[in-house]
Design a protein around this ligand. Structure first.
Ligand code: ADP
Ligand code: MG
Length: 716
């Protein structure tokens, strides 16, 4: 931004004002620099989703180049999100020899609009063979270009979509954009019915993702091969003090961590990522950062930038950030709370109940559409967050269970109960909380408490999908969420049109809506649950209600291939059958490979670090026994310790060999391999881990080769 801060603001405020969006080719910059007609045409593409006019690209490219070069950029890259789960970039210089002994800066419209990275090394899940590996990146004008500053280098990054030569999506952005289109189309039908569509051209979905993460000391990190290769500890005995005292959550942020957070925020502000919240999380060493919500596709790009920035800045503070869902056993893991809503381009939040929610029929339609979607497609939603890492988190009595249910709160629950019976007549209010001290303000009370255990909770004017993994891209779960809600809105809009008839009177529209919603509520209320999602009773209850219970990713993957889901993706133009199959193939392969890496790392640490340390310890014990008994003293205590330790060491070696054996097995398909991992490899890993953790509590501390949990989770 170009505004200068008033003199009275502090340095920090002035800095924020100066840097927010400083490295982004924002609409404001475009407006200042582009010819009027070009700007207008581009804005229509950005805001309304109008197709891009090719003539515009050359002018935009030249302007973007000037802006980037003035800001120090020497290179540009198409920045995209292939199916690896991270981002990809290939840099090209903006500089070319000018033929007269100097250089000139060049960047054409063609270079802006289309790139051709060597696509053969990105996962395509079998869509393309290597010999036909052509893939293109295509400029996404709706997501602003930005500059990444490194040491002595500045690169212009252009957000792009990644597509195969045959036109199939090879990234996470394309299906997300397609799902937003689908939802917009169906949501507009509802607005038209309620005649609230005046001036509305699009409905977009909005997302505010809260990111949890761990920080560990970089020195210690490099002494843990499991953290280095798997981003999670494969071994580690529970320290005497974990999170029992619950003294970390919202605690004072350690100065070193706060310095890191401030640097991260400053970097993100430069990118125009509106980060807002920072705090300590529940587990020792765990923290959270959250931006203000944005349109889903921008939020998704920004979320990738956020993860990259956390990773990039941490080493400058001697830290390493862990985005894995479960870096440490026995203490909380990390998630990404995906706050989600729908909004018109005129700024109306369609999930805002407003004051008298029971009379706000349009709100109730959108709300019930979400409830219906989650009930009908709970399996798909579950599958959208399935990963090897998230398997350790979901259902571990700290994160939502793997069973998807919806929490609505007392007020909405009450309204839906009323609708199911007839005409809703009241909206429960929250009243005020009297703090009993006259100097304190009276606080307005929300109409219902929170439910922290629910995977999918209504939180006032949005839903919070809490089961997303901390390392995952949010693009995929949001694609699924948009798609299933689009389908629900479609069905409900069609039913409403049928029930209300052409040009209905307000009374007719009201009775038609209530009749349609009554049916929806009756059919789908089984997915609504207000109790403790962590409890064993809920599992039994959910089974009775017939909700899908998919305990882990191996159970969830096949869902992506069901006919129902293939048809659903195809019907709304989000993914073709080939595109969805390729994605399933990729997540399966990733799962199997990750587990193979984890098992091999366990074996390697077991053989080359744990075993030698344990043998040394045993030798000391044996030496003590021999030396002591040689003096004629009965070393009863040490002898007993030696015996016990030696037996433990034997069991450890057996478990190690067993794990080696199961990891060597061959499999006829990736799915079979995944099932085998669930049945045989993971149990063998768990068995080995228990024994190593026992050894850790017996072996002399100075011999133990790995930094302990206590050391790792306490930042000095
Ligand atoms: P919590 O108290 O659950 O931690 P906050 O109130 O801090 O949550 O908000 C969490 C996130 O929800 C923020 O990123 C916020 O911007 C986002 N959010 C708020 N309103 C919406 C909305 N309409 N659509 C999407 N996200 C939203
Ligand atoms: Mg939250």
């Amino acid at each position: 931004m170009t505004t200068t801060a008033p003199a009275s603001t502090t340095d920090a405020h002035a800095a924020v004002d100066r840097i927010f969006g400083a490295d982004v080719f924002t609409q404001r910059v475009m407006q200042q620099r582009l010819p009027k007609e070009i700007y207008r045409s581009l804005v229509n593409t950005i805001r309304m989703g109008d197709p891009l006019d090719p003539a515009v690209a050359d002018v935009v490219a030249a302007t973007m180049k000037d802006w980037a070069v003035e800001n120090g950029a020497t290179h540009f890259t198409h920045w995209f999100q292939p199916l690896t789960g991270s981002t990809a970039e290939k840099h090209d210089s903006l500089i070319a020899p000018d033929g007269a002994g100097g250089v000139m800066y060049n960047f054409s419209g063609a270079e802006l609009v289309q790139g051709e990275p060597d696509a053969s090394s990105f996962p395509s899940g079998g869509i393309r063979a290597t010999f036909e590996a052509r893939g293109y990146t295509a400029w996404d004008p709706t997501s602003p270009a930005f500059l990444v500053r490194g040491q002595k280098n500045v690169t212009l990054c252009i957000p792009t979509a990644f597509v195969s030569w045959t036109g199939e999506a090879l990234d996470t952005k394309i299906p997300l954009l397609r799902s937003m289109e689908a939802l917009s189309h169906q949501a507009l039908r509802i607005l038209q019915l309620f005649q609230t569509d005046a001036g509305v051209r699009r409905v977009t979905t909005t997302v505010g993702p809260e990111q949890e993460y761990f920080l560990v000391d970089r020195e210690l990190y490099f002494r843990r091969p499991d953290l280095v290769t798997c981003e999670r500890t494969l071994f580690g005995a529970r320290p005497p003090k974990g999170q029992q005292l619950e003294d970390h959550y919202f605690g004072t942020i350690p100065p070193r961590v706060l310095a890191f957070m401030s640097d991260v925020e400053r970097e993100l502000w430069r990118f125009g990522v509106p980060v807002k919240t920072r705090h300590n999380e529940v587990a020792p060493g765990q923290y959270e950062i959250a931006p203000v919500f944005e349109s889903s596709h921008i939020a998704s790009d920004h979320q990738m930038l956020l993860m990259e920035t956390l990773r990039r800045v941490a080493p400058q503070h001697g830290l390493k950030v862990l985005l894995h869902e479960k870096p440490f056993a026995g203490i909380n893991g990390s998630g990404k709370h995906n706050n989600w809503s729908m909004s018109t381009d005129t700024g109306v939040n369609l999930l805002d109940p407003q004051d008298a929610a029971h009379t706000n029929l349009q709100f109730l339609v959108f709300l019930c559409a979400v409830v219906r979607a989650v009930d009908l497609h709970a399996d798909l939603l579950r599958a959208s967050i399935a990963s090897a890492g998230n398997d350790h988190r979901l259902g571990a009595n700290e994160a939502p269970p793997a069973i998807i249910s919806v929490f609505l709160g007392d007020m909405l629950q009450d309204i839906l109960d009323q609708v199911e019976k007839g005409l809703p007549k009241r909206t429960l209010g929250g009243g005020v909380i009297d703090l009993g001290a006259r100097t304190l303000p009276q606080l307005p009370r929300h109409s219902s408490d929170r439910n922290r255990t629910s995977p999918f909770a209504f939180t006032g004017n949005k839903f919070e999908f809490r089961a997303v993994g901390s390392s995952a891209s949010i693009a995929w779960p949001n694609t699924v969420l948009n798609l299933i809600v689009a389908e629900s809105l479609d069905v409900i809009a069609t039913d409403l049109q049928k029930a209300a008839g052409k040009n209905p009177t307000p009374a007719k529209l009201q009775s038609a809506t209530l009749a349609v919603l009554k049916k929806v509520i009756h059919q789908h209320k089984r997915v609504v649950f207000a109790g403790d999602n962590y409890s064993a009773e809920w599992h039994e209850e959910a089974a009775r209600r017939g909700l899908p219970i998919l305990d882990d990713s191996v159970d969830s993957f096949p869902v992506l291939q069901s006919k129902k889901n293939l048809d659903l993706f195809k019907k709304y133009g989000v993914l073709s059958k080939a595109e969805l199959s390729s994605r399933t193939h990729i997540v399966l392969e990733k799962f199997v490979k990750q587990l193979a890496i984890e098992a091999e790392t366990m074996i390697s640490i077991g053989r080359t670090m744990v075993l030698p340390a344990a043998l040394r310890h045993q030798t000391i014990l044996a030496g003590t026994v021999a030396a002591t008994t040689a003096t004629g003293v009965k070393a009863a205590g040490v002898t007993k310790t030696l015996r016990g330790f030696s037996a433990l060491l034997d069991r450890f070696q057996e478990a190690l060999e067993k794990l080696e054996k199961v990891t060597a097995a061959e499999h006829e398909s990736t799915m079979r391999h995944a099932i085998y991992i669930k049945k045989s490899v993971r149990p063998a890993m768990n068995e080995l881990r228990v024994l190593v953790d026992q050894l850790e509590t017996h072996v002399a501390a100075d011999l133990w080769p790995l930094p302990t949990y206590g050391e790792l989770t306490t930042l000095k």
